[in-house]
Write a protein that binds this ligand. Structure first.
Ligand SMILES: Nc1nc2c(c(=O)[nH]1)N[C@@H](CN(C=O)c1ccc(C(=O)N[C@@H](CCC(=O)O)C(=O)O)cc1)CN2
Ligand SMILES: [Mg+2]
Length: 291
């Protein structure tokens, strides 16, 4: 029987944030530069409020400047675009992030397109997506970047491994596949229309689940010894009326089959904000010609 080991993303993210804080402190001393991150939240979605609060707190803890912009849920799209234009022009702001999802009256694609690609620390702008696809320096989406960091830390070289990414979103699935390809993996992107999805998953040395469906990936979809990266964060009801978080993988069923697995919570999630800080630092250095 295989001993399944959990990947502690919370601890890895804490270490990464500490290394970023040291680099920020050195950058202030050597170049007088304090990286700044502006976060825009439209509306009162409770999960988004928590994420934005954590982003602001962790930005400040790393020694960077944090600018929070909270707008009411009925804010017109034009006002959000005007704020983005103002932040693009502000030299104290090195990174801009608009928290998703946005209310229905606002077209997220339009808002993302309005962000200066050099300040697009989410890596969602088509310029950054295109640069990643053709192998140029890009700001890379935070969640997939965090997945790759965890994989490289635990597996070393990923070259030659078979990776299956379940989910084809622009935010996670597609960039995760690009990053795995860059690490010389053989990559398949699978999705809801894939034929024999369980069989496809069973070919994977690295299985990345990013579908947003609670516990969809079952234990018998996992190749014995595989590394499983669970990107899902799903809130499901408990018997007492409260909710609990589960991933896209049936975690209990994966025990004794997977070699390594990210738990939910405490796996990939904490890496998202740590990588956001990393991207803000990278963006600031590139804007000043220091990287
Ligand atoms: N503009 C963006 N919007 C969204 C992104 C993003 O990267 N950019 N990602 C998600 C939300 N997100 C950050 O914004 C995020 C999600 C989860 C976590 C996290 O630390 N999760 C914890 C559990 C937290 C909980 O209890 O809810 C974990 O998995 O351990 C951080 C950030 C969508 N929107
Ligand atoms: Mg799908």
């Amino acid at each position: 029987m295989i001993e399944t080991k959990p990947i502690d993303g919370k601890a890895f993210a804490a270490g990464l944030r500490a290394r970023i804080a040291e680099e920020v402190s050195a950058l202030k001393a050597s170049a007088g530069l304090t990286p700044g991150l502006a976060v825009v939240l439209v509306g009162e979605d409770p999960a988004s409020q928590v994420y934005v609060r954590n982003k602001a707190a962790q930005t400040a803890e790393a020694g960077m400047a944090s600018f929070e912009h909270k707008l009411p849920a009925d804010t017109p799209e034009a006002d959000v675009l005007a704020l983005v234009a103002k932040l693009n022009a502000d030299p104290a702001v090195n990174g801009i992030l608009v928290q998703l999802p946005l209310p229905a009256q606002i077209d997220a694609t339009k808002v993302i397109a309005a962000i200066d690609p050099a300040k697009d620390v989410d890596g969602f702008h088509v310029v950054n997506a295109g640069r990643l696809a053709v192998g140029l320096d890009a700001l890379v989406p935070c969640t997939p970047l965090g997945c790759i960091m965890l994989l490289k830390h635990h597996l070393g070289s990923l070259a030659g491994l078979k990776a299956v990414v379940v989910g084809r979103s622009n935010i996670v699935g597609k960039p995760a596949a690009q990053l795995l390809l860059k690490e010389d993996c053989t990559v398949t992107i699978a999705h809801s229309r894939t034929r024999d999805l369980p069989g496809e998953c069973r070919t994977a040395d690295i299985l990345v689940a990013a579908v947003g469906r609670p516990e969809m990936v079952r234990g018998d979809w996992i190749k014995p010894g595989a590394t499983v990266i669970d990107v899902g964060i799903n809130r499901v009801p408990k018997e007492d009326g409260k909710t609990r978080l589960v991933g896209d993988v049936a975690y209990a069923e994966a025990q004794g089959i997977a070699g390594l697995i990210t738990p939910v919570p405490g796996g990939v999630g904490p890496m998202t904000i740590a990588c956001l800080l990393q991207n803000t630092l990278t963006a600031a250095k590139r804007q000043k010609g220091l990287a």
